[in-house]
Design a protein around this ligand. Structure first.
Ligand code: ADP
Ligand code: 5GP
Length: 211
């Protein structure tokens, strides 16, 4: 029986390693489709338009909102970020698991619109390690790093709303943990109602035939 795709949200404080984790997960397993978000933030060195993000102006972003072309969007540290609708819908209908790497306001909007979405939260091993990673990444000024650390304090208030947390200590282990959780969620009874119904029918038919 054809497997239904799961809409998976991955959130976590800036610097926790979400981007690194997603890259490693996609390299190891080919059954995930990673949604590319639209943002008004400037590209970091090494980021390309259409790969990490679709980098657009505020006007274009607001036009996309008007056209209902985003399934969710949020403002994060002064910039807009949003998930384009078309890709997510087409991948889900093709039965693929779609991953949205988004912040908490967007994650909660997704849960409202898609109640069976799976919400995962990536934790750093400690707050000090989070700050070290942000500094070590070398892509933001100390002012922006401090802003993101303050944002982490706010985001930490909402962690219980997620379905699972994963700690990104050793990258490889965290990739396996994420993949394992998703695999297990595919097997929950309420995600397999059609299959359960089919086996019931088969059992009934077979048991009638045996009378
Ligand atoms: P996010 O996407 O959550 O903001 P990144 O993926 O950019 O975070 O990672 C932040 C920094 O931490 C990067 O420099 C990355 O190389 C590093 N990093 C990510 N995962 C790990 C890990 N498991 N151990 C050590 N450093 C890591
Ligand atoms: P960054 O600027 O570090 O790439 O991303 C900042 C934050 O925005 C991260 O928490 C990231 O997960 C989040 N983000 C990226 N894309 C989206 C999106 O499409 N929607 C929402 N709501 N958040 C996003």
């Amino acid at each position: 029986m054809k497997r239904r795709g799961i809409l998976i949200v991955v959130s976590g404080f800036s610097g926790a390693g979400k981007g690194t984790l997603m890259k490693a997960l996609m390299q190891k397993y080919d059954n995930y489709s990673l949604s590319v978000s639209m943002t008004t933030r400037a590209p970091r060195p090494g980021e390309t338009d259409g790969k990490e993000y679709f980098f657009v102006t505020k006007d274009i972003f607001e036009e996309k909102i008007k056209q209902e072309g985003l399934i969710e969007y949020a403002c994060y540290c002064g910039n807009y970020y949003g998930t384009p609708r078309a890709y997510v819908e087409s991948q889900l209908s093709a039965g693929r698991d779609v991953i949205l790497e988004i912040e908490i306001q967007g994650a909660l909007k997704i849960k409202e619109k898609f109640p069976d979405a799976l919400l995962l939260f990536v934790m750093p091993p400690s707050a000090a390690e989070l700050r070290n990673r942000l500094i070590g990444r070398g892509t933001e000024s100390m002012e922006v790093i401090d802003q993101r650390m303050r944002r982490a304090v706010e985001e930490a208030q909402g962690i219980e709303k997620y379905d699972y947390i994963v700690v990104n200590d050793k990258l490889e282990e965290c990739v396996e943990e994420l993949h394992g959780i998703i695999k297990a969620v595919h097997n929950t009874a309420d995600r397999n109602l059609l299959w359960i119904e089919q086996i019931r029918k088969e059992l009934e038919e077979l048991s009638k035939g045996e009378k």
